[in-house]
Design a protein around this ligand. Structure first.
Ligand code: DOR
Length: 457
């Protein structure tokens, strides 16, 4: 590979280009931040080898906790963006549960400003209510004026039915989308995992699947009432998937996402009281894990979103019921999706490793409807880009478009380690899983930010 010179023209050579229009062999030339040509036998000063790889639009994460401002010991915009680029992302949507909360133009502007020098595009979401306290609507219009297209109180759901109705009416007027963390706090307060066989065995307080499903049902009803656009964050139960499928079948324009841990890990992972496996919504039993996978396969769930939630080691080492919820995801989402959703593989056993590798409690083989590699890229790239209204991301890969691209070696097999990668945190629940698919290069705004698996700055 030739030496990277900022601003030089780049050719991505020898790969199979894949976008919403399909797959074909082609080279891609990038110049001045844009795609200059797509075709056979192209050349440029810098050559990125894409032999054996898919060349796709950059991935788009609808759900990233970057922690800045306020929790820089866990992550910064810069470190989170580096993790994102390594995972193939060219755009992330920063969640608003920062300190202070992203509930005003001032804080949103600060995050966008921090993102300008980072290695992937950083978009901001805004809070629905002031300080995410669920009492008073945040000034959504002033945040929308800065380009915020998605509003959420993520980390918590808006509990008050009337306030949620008003928020949806307001959002409809502004042409923005509300995204809900579905969790009825009356049923989830004081809990730390899913309520079921494992919570009973472990003696830990659990929340029932209904804590999520009741809010999904309410918000479907309110979306119908108000005509507003509604997006469901990190769906984790079979009942939620069924509710969204029925809403879509009735013609309602709702969208939904699922997180990699919810199609990879089960609540049995909590057996060792290791808070690395604590997350909200919680890990669920096999039947829910497979329903999430099936929802991604049949299109009920539109997007895979990481819910990348960094936390310092000392906080994750607290007792299970006291530790903060959340796990890393940006560098693992693509490989986890290819491994479990396409290959259907039990991700926790490697026949070639004497110790077997793996994570106790990882989901078993997936026997439901499979996705193709292309389906996985759709759910990681152009479908989330459409939900967030990110026009420069998600393709198509054609001349004149912004050069936000990802090159994936789909055959590369690797074992996830606990280093945390580029993140400042190390709360990785997948240590030892053997997965397929690795990002070789990422090109963001025309610049090769990841080359041969190494972030360039
Ligand atoms: O597990 C979670 N962690 N779920 C959330 O909704 C919030 C997130 C966080 O910010 O740590």
């Amino acid at each position: 590979m030739s030496e990277i010179r900022p601003g030089a023209d780049v050719v991505i050579k020898g790969g199979r280009v894949l976008d919403a229009g399909g797959e074909r062999p082609a080279d891609v030339v990038v110049s001045n931040g844009r795609i200059a040509a797509v075709g056979a036998d192209l050349d440029a000063e810098i050559v990125l080898d894409a032999g054996g790889c898919l060349v796709t639009p950059g991935l788009v994460d609808l759900h990233t906790h970057l922690r800045e401002p306020g929790r820089e010991e866990a992550e910064t915009v810069e470190s989170g963006a580096r993790a994102a680029a390594l995972g193939g992302y060219t755009a992330v949507l920063a969640m608003p549960n920062t300190t202070p909360t992203m509930d005003s133009a001032a804080v949103v502007r600060e995050v966008l400003e921090l993102g300008r020098s980072s290695v992937c595009d950083v978009h901001a979401s805004g809070a629905i209510t002031v300080d995410r306290a669920g009492e008073q609507l945040a000034p959504m219009a002033e945040m929308a004026a800065l380009g915020v297209r998605l509003f959420t109180d993520d980390g918590t759901g808006v509990q008050d039915d009337r306030l949620m109705r008003r928020a949806l009416e307001y959002a409809a007027g502004l042409g923005v989308t509300l995204a809900q963390h579905c969790e009825v706090s009356a049923l989830s307060a004081g809990t730390c995992m899913h309520e079921g066989e494992w919570s009973a065995r472990l003696g830990l307080p659990g929340q029932p699947a209904e804590a999520e499903e009741l809010m999904v049902a309410r918000d479907i009803a309110l979306a119908r009432l108000t005509g507003a656009r509604m997006h469901f964050l990190h769906l984790s139960t079979a009942g939620s998937v069924a509710l969204v499928a029925a809403a879509k079948a009735s013609g309602l324009a709702v969208t939904a996402e699922a997180a990699p841990h919810h199609f990879t890990l089960t609540d049995a992972c909590c057996a060792g009281y290791d808070a690395t496996f604590k997350v909200h919504p919680p890990l669920r039993p096999d039947v829910d894990v497979d329903a999430v996978a099936a929802g991604l396969a049949d299109g009920t769930i539109d997007a895979i979103a990481t819910d990348h939630a960094p936390h310092p080691l000392e906080e994750k080492e607290r007792p299970f019921d006291q530790a903060p919820p959340g796990m890393l995801g940006l560098e693992y989402a693509l490989a986890l999706a290819l491994t479990r959703l396409v290959d259907g593989q039990r991700a926790d056993v490697d026949p070639d490793r004497p110790d077997g590798g793996g994570v106790a409690g990882a989901a078993g083989p997936y026997r439901g409807q499979r996705l193709s590699d292309a389906d996985v890229i759709a759910r990681l790239s152009w479908q989330p880009a459409a939900i967030a209204g990110m026009e420069d991301h998600g393709g198509p890969i054609e001349q004149g478009r912004a050069a936000n691209l990802c090159v994936v070696d789909t055959a590369h097999r690797w074992t996830i380690d606990g280093s945390g990668g580029a993140s400042r945190s190390r709360n990785v629940p997948y240590v030892g899983l053997n997965v397929r698919g690795r990002v070789r290069h990422t090109v963001c705004r025309g610049e090769p930010v990841v080359v041969d698996g190494e972030v360039q700055r």
